[in-house]
Design a protein around this ligand. Structure first.
Ligand code: NCD
Length: 288
């Protein structure tokens, strides 16, 4: 993890102030194979590869032969056969990237698989926290709030943050944040107002309606009343505490615009850091 962060730190100035590209990956080709929609992750990988002078191929579920019944593995093997060095794979089912990796020789990077993991998001979130609070995150308290059960972002964050000694509290209604999550080594709470005064970070998550989160919520208004991060609620947080969100945001549902665009928000910093993290990962995987 620290090796990725050290490399990302070297690349970050170029992302923040674009100038001449690096040629670290000149002659390499990266394919983004996204069987599920994405704005940030796909374009972040594209930008990362381009800033390192790699070529990029874009493959989507829609508009590709997946819609004709081709399997994900066939799609991946055919793209690899075009002389591609790395496949960046997103899929709505858990395990697809690893399954593809078993059937190709080139590198495969998980760009989010179902409700399972989203490793590059976890890394960019932790990189953002280290740049904000300093490298030592031991003892820091990070509340991750909302649709926990459907979130792949949460799992990758939990594994990384716990490795660094931070304390994670997952918060949401019982159907979206069941007590059984404590087996992942986190605290579970259903009371956001009680948690806010003692945290350093509040990471809000989107209510994932496409994963049927809506069926677990009695009413949107009730959800908002208990779990939305409103301007009023941010006043319960310590002065130094910051607000994160992996995007996309349901504005006015889990997060109010005044907070998303307010002084505590480091949401767009997450996005900028994401490019540097993905540059570092591509570089470390493809050239060592
Ligand atoms: C997340 C995802 O797709 O897992 N977004 C992202 O990659 N930045 C979170 C989400 O979809 O809510």
């Amino acid at each position: 993890m620290q090796q990725v962060f050290a490399q990302a730190e070297r690349y970050l100035p170029l992302v923040m102030q674009p100038g001449r590209k690096f040629d670290d990956l000149a002659g390499h080709c990266v394919a983004n194979i996204f069987f599920e929609d994405s704005t940030r992750t796909r374009n972040s990988f594209t930008r990362a590869a381009q800033l390192l002078s790699a070529d990029v191929i874009q493959v989507s579920g829609e508009g590709s032969s997946t819609s004709k019944g081709e399997t994900e593995i066939d799609t991946a093997r055919n793209i690899e056969a075009m002389g591609v060095d790395a496949l960046v794979v997103r899929h709505s089912s858990a395990g697809v990237p690893v399954n593809i990796a078993d059937h190709v020789k080139c590198a495969v990077i998980n760009a989010g698989d179902g409700r399972h993991e989203h490793p590059t998001q976890g890394l960019l979130d932790i990189f953002t926290l280290q740049r904000h609070f300093g490298p030592d995150l031991a003892g820091r308290r990070i509340a991750i709030v909302g649709d926990i059960i459907n979130s792949r972002v949460v799992r990758s964050n939990i594994f990384g943050l716990r490795t660094l000694g931070a304390k994670v509290i997952v918060v949401g209604p019982p159907a979206l944040a069941p007590m059984s999550l404590s087996t992942l080594g986190v605290e579970v709470s259903h009371d956001l107002d009680a948690v806010l005064p003692s945290v350093d970070v509040v990471m809000m998550l989107r209510v994932q309606f496409e994963r049927l989160a809506g069926q677990s919520i009695a009413s949107i208004q009730e959800y908002r009343d208990a779990y939305a991060l409103t301007e009023r609620r941010t006043r319960l947080m310590p002065e130094h505490a910051v607000v994160m969100h992996p995007g996309p945001i349901n504005r006015g549902l889990e997060l109010d615009s005044e907070v998303a665009d307010g002084p505590r928000s480091i949401i767009l910093r997450q996005v900028t850091h994401g490019v540097a993290i993905r540059m570092a990962i591509l570089r470390l995987i493809l050239v060592g």
